[in-house]
Design a protein around this ligand. Sequence first.
Ligand SMILES: NC(=O)C1=CN([C@@H]2O[C@H](COP(=O)(O)OP(=O)(O)OC[C@H]3O[C@@H](n4cnc5c(N)ncnc54)[C@H](OP(=O)(O)O)[C@@H]3O)[C@@H](O)[C@H]2O)C=CC1
Ligand SMILES: O=C(O)CCC(=O)C(=O)O
Length: 472
Amino acid sequence: MKHIIEKQKYLSLNPTTKEIVAEFQMMNKEEIEEIILATVEAQKEWKKIPAPSRGEALLKIADLLEKRADEWGQLLTTEVGKCIRDGVAEVYRSVSILRFFAGEGYRMTGETIPSKQEGVLAYTKQQPLGTVGVITPWNVPLAIPIWKIAPALVAGNSVVWKPANQSLLISQKLVALFEEAGLPKNLVAMVQAEGPVVGDTFAENENIKAVSFTGSNKTGKIINKLLATRGIRFQAEMGGKNPFIIMADADIEQACKDIVAGGLLDAGQRCTATSRIFVHTSIYPAFREKMLEVLETVKLGPPTEEASIIGPVVDQGQYENIWSYINQAKLDGATLIYGGDEPEEEWAKNGYFIKPKLFDNVSQDMTIAKEEIFGPVLALIQFSDFDECLKQANAIEYGLSSTIYTKDISAAMKYVDEIESGLVHINLPSTYSEPQMPFGGIKSTGIGGFRELGTHAIKFYTEWKTVYVRTK
Ligand SMILES: NC(=O)C1=CN([C@@H]2O[C@H](COP(=O)(O)OP(=O)(O)OC[C@H]3O[C@@H](n4cnc5c(N)ncnc54)[C@H](OP(=O)(O)O)[C@@H]3O)[C@@H](O)[C@H]2O)C=CC1
Ligand SMILES: O=C(O)CCC(=O)C(=O)O
């Protein structure tokens, strides 16, 4: 007998005001299964369209998004509290991602390999998997779904998409935009349902051929285990605890600015966010002074205002979670040297605002040095020996992003070789990434080993065929 859960309503709230932005009726398992069937049907025609033409459909979506970048930016501000400049930047980033993947339609190549037999043609080709599941978080609610869905589509698949509940309105509008751009109905279908209901359905339903997920480590591991029973492909990006190393010869001012860019934009709610800052003892006093000075310029405020650099965190759950880490850090003996007071202005009364926090005297065994906080919280750790610093930077289960600030090319190259992370930055913020470059982590961040973005992304969504043809 099929498992049916009671229908529930989900209210999407504006994190700045707690006003209701939209109301959604959650789907049950049977409804999700119906959507999967409709999506399977849509793929049958889509896969016949040549890949370059499938890519052209993505260009139309890109054009529509670009034309309405401000409107979309405001939507991101309203539903997930992104500061308007970051919201609009995410729209333009999504446009670039779509254009990159549109071009991939022309690059869905195989190989022609010389046969040893006369009269035999030997070649390989890529084919779509069929229908795939995509599960996305709320923190990058436009760009992450697009960087999963675009390669899936250009490769000839259809998509059942489970967005985070906190960003359902954005997601619903994105699906509508796909249709406006001319994509067939149900080629990308959204399911609005509780995560575990979708996870179970994807795991059981044989029409789902692969699942791409971004979110917490805990949830990713649950889904990985569920999917393992059918042995289907799983692509995962499951968080980070990203180190930022400042060597004795570093440009301190640039490092401080990039700590803000990488650690505090989007209120630190990025898997690539700078979190643990290792500073060489010899420059520690100078760094500390500059960091405090730079933090004074970081304006916390309503995300609708152009001047705001940090807005609210996404919801009550996230707010409480971040505060539990801040309180734990104090209990563990770390010293709060910036952010001890919260905003008292009228705009802050209803929103989930947290002033950025800088902790000093953090040691590796403290919770804030080990667990992903996903908030505007930075931890300072001093080091005097580079090898020891690398050892500490690597002593966590995550391996997504990392950064070093130095002018010493040998130190930088040693760092590239030894740091355990999928994304490595030298004198750039930990969040820096471009669509044509692969994105993803190692260790428990990147179970499965499949990369997103770049030309690697398509590989997750295709099957290879090896073809032998008698030609004479
Ligand atoms: N790596 C990253 O980029 C992200 C990391 N996180 C981390 O996770 C913490 C908690 O955030 P949260 O949003 O709860 O993260 P989750 O990992 O729980 O949620 C991410 C997505 O997975 C869905 N989901 C949840 N449970 C299941 C399941 N059993 N099967 C299938 N899908 C599921 C969620 O849906 P639903 O909305 O229904 O719960 C959402 O769409 C954050 O504080 C942060 O540390 C969060 C987001 C992104
Ligand atoms: O925006 C990025 O590049 C990082 C994506 C991210 O924050 C995430 O996966 O949660």
